[in-house]
Ligand binder design. Structure first.
Ligand code: AMP
Length: 531
C-alpha cells in the first residue's frame, strides 16, 4: 500500500515523499490502519522494520485530523541515540508541517532543554530519567500528553526503567483519554502486563522481519542440574573448541556471571546486556565480529540485530521462555544457507519452556547424554558475581562515560600512599618513669613531673574516700526519710487505740525505729482481731 492511499494531509505527504518513502512497510500499513481510527496499538517489530515512521506519521496525522483532539505527544525511548534518531526522522517527515519536535536525555545541561519546553514542544522524545527530572522541576506536564509512544519497550524494561515508566504513566491522563502506542521487539510477559494495565484495548500487531529457520542447524539438548550447568558448558566449549560462540542466558545477571566464570576458566569472553551503555555494547559486538572475543554471552534483548558472519556455535545456557526466541537465537548460526550447531542446556528452572519450543519448531530436539568426562572443573567455584554490586563499584562503566574520562577523574585524585601514616601520640615524660595515668593528670591538671612526689595510688584513694563521704552527706540531705503517710497512720492508730505510736526522733537511717513501731502495731492487731 502507498502512503498516498491513506488520505493523509498534503504537507505530510510532501515530507514523506521527499524522505524517499512511497510504499508503506508492513508495520506502517498495519499500524496506520489502527491508529488513524484512534485505536491503541501493541506492535511487535524489530529495529529496521520502519516502526519509527509508523508512529511519527500516525502522530502527525492525528494532530492534523479534522476536529483533532490531540496536540501533544511523548515518545519514551531507552537510549539517547534512539531519541536523536527519532527526532531526526520526525524532522524529516514533518518538514512541511509546523510542529516542534525535540529530544530530551541525560548527560547534557538542563537549561537548553527547559527553555525548549517553555517555548512549547509538540512531540517530546526522551529517555525516562531526564523526562522525570523535567517533570519534577515542573517544566514538563505529563498530564497534558494526548499521545503516548513507548518505543523498544522490552529494552526499556530490561534496562530497569519499568518503575520510572509506571511513575510517568500514573501522572498522565487515564488510558481511555489518551492514545497509546507500544513498540517492542519481543512481547514478553512484562511488556504484556504493562500493555494490559495502561493501554485501552490495544490491537495486537506482529511483524516478523526475517523468517528464521532451524533447517541446516544441528541441534542438541542436554538435561543438566542447575548447579552443574557451568561445568558442562566449560566441558562442551573445550571439546568443541569453536572459532566463535554466542551463549544466551535469560537474565542479565546470568549473562554477567557466566561471562566472568568463563573468563576465569581461560576463555576470552565478554557479555552484552540491555543496560550496558550503547558505546560499550557496540564495541563488544565489534570485537566479537572481528574475532578478538571468541565467546560472547548475551541476553535476547541485547543481542537484537546482532549479525555475526560464520557463527559456529550457539549455546542456550538457559532455555528461552519465549519459544520464538529459540528460533531467533539458533537461527544466527545458519545465516545465508550456512550450517551451524546449537546446544541447549535444560535445567530444572527453564525446562518448562521446552515443550512450547518443540511444538513451535514442530520437532523434538535430539537429546545428547553427557558422561562425567564432559563436566569440567570450574576454577571460579566459590566466587560470586553480582551485577548490581558491580554497577556500584564501577559506576563510570555503567553511566556511559568513556574510559578516558574515567582515567582523568582518577588522575585528579591525590595519589594514595601505600599505608596511611599512623597518628603520632605526643610523648609524655614522667619524673620517675612511671606509666602515664590519665586520671592523675586530669585531677591535678598539670604534667606529672610538676606534681609533688606522692606515691602513685594515694590521690586515687583519697579521691574515692572524698567521693564516698560526699555521697553520704548528699543522700542524707536530699533523701530524708519519708514520714508523712506513716505519721498519718500512726496518728490514726494512736487515736483509735489510745496508745502513743509516735515515731521517735530519727537517728541515722531511722529504719530500726520504724520497724519497731510497725511491730508494735502488728501486735496490737493480733490483740484486737476485729480491726
Ligand atoms: P526503523 O525501523 O524505524 O528503525 O527504520 C528503518 C529504516 O527504514 C530507517 O532508516 C528509515 O529511514 C527507513 N524507512 C522507514 N520507512 C520506510 C519506507 N516506507 N520506505 C523506505 N524506507 C523506509
Amino acid at each position: 500500500m502507498k502512503f498516498r492511499e491513506w488520505n493523509l494531509d498534503e504537507n505530510l505527504l510532501k515530507g514523506i515523499e521527499e524522505a524517499g518513502y512511497s510504499q508503506c512497510m508492513p508495520v506502517q500499513e498495519e499500524t496506520l490502519d489502527k491508529t488513524l481510527k484512534n485505536i491503541d496499538v501493541l506492535v511487535q517489530s524489530q529495529t529496521g522494520s520502519g516502526k519509527t515512521a509508523a508512529f511519527i506519521v500516525s502522530v502527525f496525522q492525528l494532530f492534523l485530523a479534522e476536529n483533532a483532539k490531540r496536540s501533544k505527544a511523548i515518545a519514551i525511548v531507552p537510549t539517547r541515540e534512539l531519541a536523536v534518531q527519532i527526532e531526526e526522522e520526525a524532522e524529516l517527515l514533518g518538514k512541511y508541517l509546523n510542529f516542534k519536535i525535540a529530544s530530551f536525555y541525560g548527560g547534557v545541561g538542563y537549561e537548553k532543554q527547559e527553555k525548549l519546553l517553555q517555548e512549547g514542544v509538540d512531540i517530546i522524545v526522551g529517555t525516562p530519567g531526564r523526562l522525570i527530572d523535567l517533570n519534577q522541576s515542573k517544566k514538563l506536564d505529563f498530564h497534558a500528553i494526548d499521545i503516548l509512544i513507548i518505543d523498544e519497550a522490552d529494552r526499556l524494561f530490561d534496562m530497569g526503567f519499568l518503575p520510572d515508566i509506571r511513575k510517568m504513566l500514573k501522572k498522565m491522563k487515564p488510558k481511555d483519554e489518551r492514545h497509546t502506542m507500544l513498540f517492542s521487539a519481543t512481547l514478553n510477559s512484562g511488556v504484556r502486563q504493562v500493555a494490559w494495565e495502561y493501554m485501552n484495548n490495544p490491537a495486537d500487531i506482529t511483524i516478523n522481519p526475517e523468517t528464521l529457520t532451524v533447517d541446516g542447524i544441528t541441534q542438541e539438548l542436554y538435561h543438566v542440574g542447575r548447579t552443574e550447568k557451568i561445568n558442562l558448558l566449560i566441558g562442551l566449549l573445550r571439546k568443541a573448541n569453536p572459532r566463535n560462540a554466542l551463549i544466551f542466558t535469560n537474565t542479565k545477571q546470568a549473562a554477567f556471571e557466566v561471562s566472568h566464570r568463563l573468563e576465569i576458566n581461560g576463555f576470552k569472553s565478554k557479555y552484552i546486556i540491555g543496560d550496558l551503555p550503547q558505546a560499550k555494547r557496540l564495541k563488544t559486538i565489534d570485537d566479537m565480529k572481528s574475532g578478538k572475543i571468541p565467546v560472547l554471552v548475551a541476553t535476547d534483548v541485547a543481542a537484537r540485530g546482532l549479525h555475526i558472519d560464520d557463527l559456529e556455535l550457539v549455546v542456550n545456557y538457559d532455555i528461552p521462555e519465549d519459544c520464538e526466541n529459540y528460533v531467533h537465537r539458533i537461527g544466527r548460526t545458519a545465516r545465508a544457507g550456512k550450517t551451524g550447531r546449537a546446544i541447549s542446556l535444560a535445567c530444572e528452572r527453564y525446562v518448562y519452556g521446552l515443550e512450547a519450543i518443540e511444538n513451535f519448531i514442530d520437532m523434538k530436539i535430539p537429546i545428547s547424554w553427557a558422561d562425567d568426562s564432559l563436566f569440567a572443573a570450574d576454577s571460579s567455584k566459590g566466587k560470586y558475581f553480582n551485577l548490581e554490586k558491580s554497577k556500584l563499584r564501577d559506576p563510570a562503566d555503567w553511566s556511559g562515560e568513556s574510559h578516558a574520562a574515567k582515567r582523568a577523574v582518577k588522575k585528579e585524585q591525590p595519589a594514595r600512599t601505600a599505608e596511611p601514616e599512623k597518628r603520632k601520640q605526643p610523648k609524655r615524660e614522667t619524673a620517675d618513669n612511671k606509666p602515664y595515668d590519665k586520671q592523675y593528670d586530669k585531677k591535678y591538671d598539670k604534667p606529672y613531673d610538676k606534681q609533688d612526689d606522692k606515691p602513685y595510688d594515694k590521690p586515687q584513694k583519697e579521691e574515692r574516700k572524698e567521693r564516698k563521704d560526699f555521697k553520704k552527706v548528699k543522700t542524707a540531705k536530699q533523701k530524708p526519710m519519708r514520714k508523712s503517710s506513716l505519721e498519718k497512720r500512726l496518728q490514726y492508730y494512736s487515736e483509735k487505740y489510745g496508745e502513743n505510736f509516735s515515731l521517735p526522733e530519727q537517728n541515722g537511717s531511722g529504719q530500726g525505729e520504724k520497724k519497731s513501731v510497725i511491730g508494735r502495731i502488728k501486735s496490737l492487731f493480733k490483740k484486737k482481731p476485729e480491726v
